[in-house]
Structures are given as C-alpha cells and as structure tokens.
Design a binder for this molecule. Structure first.
Ligand code: GRF
Length: 204
C-alpha cells in the first residue's frame, strides 16, 4: 500500500510509522511522500534522510484555505496514495479536501477523544484534573477532531505530572497506536463506512 504522510513539525510520528513499515508491522506498505506546510519542519529532513520525497506546500503562499487545500491535494494525488496520514499536521482541512480522501485520511490526536479536542490538550487534562488521558487515532471527517476512532491508548495522569511530562508519555502512546491503526487499515481489519469505523474479524 502507498502511504503519504502530512507533517508540520519534528516528525516523531513519521519516524515511528517509517520504522513500522520497515519492520513489516504495517504490512506491504511504503511511505511514498512526506509533505509539510512548513518548509523548516524537521520531519522533512527525516524524510530526506530516509530517501523519501519530501515536499513543502507552504500555506503562506495561498490566499485562502481552499486554494491551499487544492494545491496540497494536487501534490498528494501525484503519489496516488492508498492512505493519507496526518502526523503532527497542524492545519485544519476544508470539507472538500476531507471528502476527497474520505475513509483513507487518518489523524492522531493527543487526548482520549471526544475529550479535549483542539490544542493544548495536556493543559486541558491537567486543569480538569482527570485521572486518565491519552491518545487517539481516528478517521478524519469535516468536524475537527471528531471523526470515528480507530484506536486509543490511555495514559495515567500522575500527581507530579506537568504538561511536559504528560506530553512525553502521550507521545510515546501515539508512537505505538498509529502504526497499529495503519496496520489494521492496510490489512482491511478496519474500514470506514457510513461515518463509522467498521471492524472485520480476522479469518479464523
Ligand atoms: C503530537 O503531539 C500529535 O499529537 C500532534 O502533534 C504532535 C506530532 O508530533 N498532532 P510529531 O511531529 O509527530 O513529532
């Protein structure tokens, strides 16, 4: 399967997905391109070091969200992906873009959705005093951070936790669940239908 990864930052999720493709945890799958909206994203350097096409579609070059998304979609489709994975991609995508990739567009969010959508999720968790926090991988739909969940990992919030210590443990969880979600999608164990995550049991 052909995987395009969209990034904006350091690329730690990209790194764990690349490792999972190499190890076969995500079977018969290769990352065919890494695309960032920020030219300075470290994730682009990681892609180049791995010999993977690394492109920038800089949102500052476009007047509207629609124009940016159209340019991004054009670049993505040149790689004919089976799956597009948002990995630390910090742009909200238009409905038209999301619908174009419906059922094959995934995102990782650093909370146990539907809790704490949006930004600063660890600060939200600490402020609320929750005992459990975590990470979610979900299908992307038009509503931000509200698509059907594929997999989650729970992380205990410890008394001594601050945003940084919590973020570190949640990020570790992301690195475990994103490859697992992609492996299930590639193998057909999960699909997206009628706005829901659909499960197919493995052949006995
Ligand atoms: C993670 O915190 C993820 O939850 C959020 O952005 C960060 C991705 O970091 N979407 P990286 O670029 O994959 O290291």
């Amino acid at each position: 399967k052909r995987l395009v990864i969209l990034v904006s930052g350091r690329g730690s999720n990209l790194q764990s997905i690349l490792a999972a493709c190499r190890s076969g945890q995500i079977p018969d799958t290769q990352v065919v391109a890494v695309i960032s909206n920020r030219p300075s994203a470290r994730a682009l350097a990681l892609a180049m070091a791995a010999g993977i096409p690394a492109l920038t579609v800089d949102h500052r070059d476009y007047g509207t969200r629609t124009e940016f998304d159209a340019a991004l979609q054009k670049q993505i489709d040149e790689y004919a992906p089976d799956i597009v994975a948002l990995a630390g991609f910090m742009r909200q995508l238009t409905t038209a873009f999301v619908q174009h990739y419906e059922g094959k567009l995934l995102n990782v969010h650093p909370s146990l959705l539907p809790a704490f959508p949006g930004l600063h999720t660890h600060a939200q968790a600490l402020r609320q005093g929750v005992c459990w926090h975590g990470a979610s991988v979900h299908f992307v739909t038009a509503e931000l951070d509200a698509g059907p969940v594929i997999i989650q990992a729970a992380v205990a919030v410890l008394p001594a936790d601050d945003e940084q210590s919590l973020a570190t443990r949640v990020l570790d969880a992301e690195h475990r669940i994103y490859p697992q979600a992609l492996a299930w999608l590639v193998s057909g164990r999960v699909t997206y239908a009628a706005g829901r995550t659909q499960w197919r049991e493995p052949p006995q």
